[in-house]
Design a protein. Sequence first.
Length: 455
Amino acid sequence: MKILIVTPTFPPIGGAHTLRMIKMANALAGHGHEVHVLTYKDDKNHPTYDAALISRVSRGIISHGAPIGIWHRKVYNQNVEIKKEANYNRSGKNSVKKKINSIINGAGKKFARNFIFPDSMVDWCFSAVKQERKDKLVSIITPNVIISCSMPNSVHLIGYKLSKKYRIPLVVDYADPWVYSVGYKKNLRFYLERKLEKMILKHAMFISFSAEGCRKVYLEGYELDELKTITVMSGYEESLQKEADEIRKMHTKHSCKKLIYGGAIQLGVRDIAPLFQALTEIKDSGIKLLIRTDLLGRPREQVKKYGLESIVSIENYIPFDEHVKEIVESSVVVLLGNSNNIQIPSKVFNYMAIGTPILYLSMLKKEDDVGDMILNSKTGIVAQNNKEAILKALNKLFGLDNSCNTTNCKGSFVIKDIKRQLGYVEGNDFKQYSDTVQFGLFCKKLEAAIKNMDC
């Protein structure tokens, strides 16, 4: 079977969703299918460019690039110029041009979020459709099925258009929800997008969701046929467990009380302020926190506000392989929970595989699928995302009342002790969360659906 996946997030573009796309493409290729990916054209100016991820893509998978949308192209090029100027002006002098560009950039992003329909990355829709038409891509590949994969949700417009134009079945994959995502207000835009989404879902052969909670919301919200849906969690790469073990053998360097967090920080959705509040109470405990994120300004302002500059570092993203090494060398990896149960951060599966104990800060009072996974697999500890609960969790993890000090404490012993408290056993069997199992289900669903159409 020939398959065309449509997604802007595929190597060398990095990010959490890219990892899901790698797993899906590899699984389909592993089942003997010919896999093509319509994605971003290679662009080193992209903020999440990570060439090392290319090695994680199975041989035989073919990428077809369409240029980044015109608006994003200008933004990325502008950011490159700002970085060059910042490197040039290392003397610390303020740059008027930099300030003006920053203001314009911020205003542009705010406008895009609030007014561009259906999302700010819709400019790639026009670029991708134009490139497909120019290259006659679908006519040459002649795929049996098209799979559109969000995020962004505007990518489903491309899949729908190509599916209708060439009369090819469409599968819709949701890593994140569309109109039922957090922050969507029930205004005119909501109802317009809901109508658009309903049209696409009605046309789709079947729909896959990365979280069971999301699938349930869509089943009820759109009155979907349950047989037309499937939950396919992103899962962890089984090879990642081996990689992490090899890193541990090669690197004896461990930080005794080092927390690490990597990912977006969003007020009200993924809120890190309670962790900062907890750390202000235990500044002298020896605990350090490294945060890797994309937007550094607001988190750094919060660090300064709480007076945590000496123990908290806010840094840019780094390539995935390097970040894995940092996690292995840390004593605890922090995972910020969402304010809903319809999204599962794909990084949780990687953390389970890497084996560094997880501190999961939950924003949910009732059902929490992520928390249940971590507790059932005994790979971490779950705490409510408030100052008091976090302090209790940190005390449980590090024994702050009577722990060793940072000068004579060996990080590897701390990690082993934390795992012992969790009941963690090396080689824990949580294979139901592996990408092999999860996307194996997806492949079987797809093959059965195509077979039924041919009958």
